[in-house]
Structure formats: structure tokens, C-alpha cells
Design a binder for this molecule. Sequence first.
Ligand code: NAP
Length: 308
Amino acid sequence: MLIAAELRNLIAPAQLAGLDVTWMGADAPTPKGEWLAIVPLLSRWVGGTELKHLPNLRIVANCAVGYNNIDLVAAEMRKIIVTNTPDVLTDATADLTWALILACARRLSEGIELVKSGLWAGWHPELLLGLELRGRTLGIVGAGRIGQAVGRRAVGFGMRIAYAARRPRPDFERDTGATRLEIKPLLKASDVVTLHVPSTPETKGLINSETLSLMKPGAILVNTARGDLVREEALVFALETGRLGAAGLDVYTDEPEILPRLKAAPRTVLLPHIGSATADTRREMARIAVANVRAVLDGQPPLTPVVP
Ligand code: NAP
């Protein structure tokens, strides 16, 4: 099997016992050959060409819950199973989403810069005034595992919760008092909008100049899902003109490249795609990816097949 070399420290040798492993370097192209399984990172595109050059492949075990780096149609045509790593990263990613919400609402980046610059002149009643979250509305776009986990945390902060989803989530509504809205009314009603849909042809560019113009003046946008959900030029414009209150981002369209204008834009909190980055979660993600490989090579059903 082929495994991303970056996972080496996260996988105990016993987990790989009996498997013939070739480690793939981050910058190396996907090897061609007789391998039966591949465990890529989300940064590796696995498309028709790569699959064609792995003629014996039986499984792509993505080490992520998102799978927009894999051509599912090409995999299906070759009867290759695709798996992901759901659930184990839900809490870590929901926590990081809240880190961004709080950092934006309470202007943490500006505060940290002020202290480090040595320019802080002491307590002032109007220094870095932020947004009080209690009583405000959190708009969740995509109420799957992570979206709901973010919503459940919002109860503790006293926020009202709105969510946009293709189907209702009665348990979530009952537990949190959340209200289901169409996307446009949700954008109009929310003080904080947080994105939790996967990147698909339908969701790409969901946040653009038109949808940004629907948001409340001064609202906060948080994205820990995928970068291409947001048209970054439009986001930068909304920040530069003061239309948007703040943006907290963990993901970018062309990561690790980030638009220079986005890096320079005011009122941003920019993180390097660390949503699931806790030691426990990353170990679990690697464990599940390898367990999926083992199951499929043993002729068993995969533990966590991708269901598009
Ligand atoms: P999930 O449980 O599958 O949730 C995604 C939700 O999006 C589903 O409820 C789905 O609704 C909904 N959805 C899909 N297309 C939609 C559309 N067009 N309009 C409205 N809702 C739509 O996935 P998850 O585990 O919460 O993960 C969500 C995403 O977070 C992943 O795809 C990944 O890209 C991202 N992520 C990022 C990090 C990070 O490090 N920053 C970490 C983990 C995950 P239905 O139920 O109706 O299909």
C-alpha cells in the first residue's frame, strides 16, 4: 500500500503489521504501479490519471472527512472504494470553529498585535470593543456532524441558532432551539455565519459578492470547511470596504497560497488549515484510514465508505 509519509509518526508500527508499505513524500507525484491501496492526504489530488496508473488499486482511504481531492466518478468507474475519516474530527473542528468565532468577535488578532507592538497604553473603556455573542444569531450553513457540533456549543454562549440544510434536523432543533432557514434569509438574519458544507460543484462559490451583500453590516464570516466555498476576491472587498465585520478562516481556495490582498485585509483571523489538528484526532484519523485499507484488503466492507 501507499501511505502519505507525513502520517508516519501518527501510526504505531503494529497498525501496519503484515502490510507492505511504501511511504509517499508530500511533493512527490503519486507513484505508478501495482499497489492495492493508497492513503493520501487531502492535499493530494487523486483523479482519473492517477487511478489509471494504479491498475490494481482497490481502495483510496483518504485521511480526511472531506473528499474533494478525489475524483469519485473516476473511482466508481474503476470499482475502487473510497473512504474518509468522519466523526473522530468533529469535536476538534467544532472547537477550532469556536476559536475563530471568539477570535473574530473579541478582536484577538488586534489585541495580540497591540500588546506585542509595545504600543498598548493601558486599559481604556473603548479599547478593541467587540461583539457580544449572547442574544446574537449564529447562522450555520450545513448542519452535518461538524455544523451541529458547532451549534450545540452555541447554546452555552446564549446565541440564537439558524441553520441551512437540505433536510431538517429535528433532534438538533429540539436540543438547541435552532430554526431551519433557506440560505438567503439565514445570511440576512445572522450576526455570525459559519460554513460547514462540503466542497461540491453546488457549494463552490456559495459566498460571493451577491451573498456577502445579503449579510448584516458588520457580521462575521467563519470558514473551517473548504476554501473554495468562498470567492476570496469578494470577501477581501467586503472586508476592505468595512461591509463585513470580520472573517475567520482556516481554509483557502489555493492553499497553502493565500491571496496577498486577503493576508493584508483588515479584521481577519487566518489559520493554516488546522481544524482537526489535535494529537488525538490526527492519530484517530490515521488509524481509521489504515483500518479501512485492512478491511478492504481482507475482503470485508470498509468501515467508513464515502457516501456522496
Ligand atoms: P457532513 O456530516 O457530511 O456534513 C456536511 C453537511 O453539508 C451535510 O449535512 C449535508 O447535508 C450538507 N450539505 C451538503 N451539500 C449541501 C448543500 N448544497 N446545501 C446545504 N447543505 C449541504 O460532514 P462534516 O463531517 O460535518 O464535515 C463538513 C466539512 O468540513 C467536510 O466536508 C470538510 O470539507 C470540512 N472539514 C474541514 C476541516 C478542517 O481541518 N478545517 C476538518 C474537518 C472537516 P445532507 O445531510 O442534506 O446531505
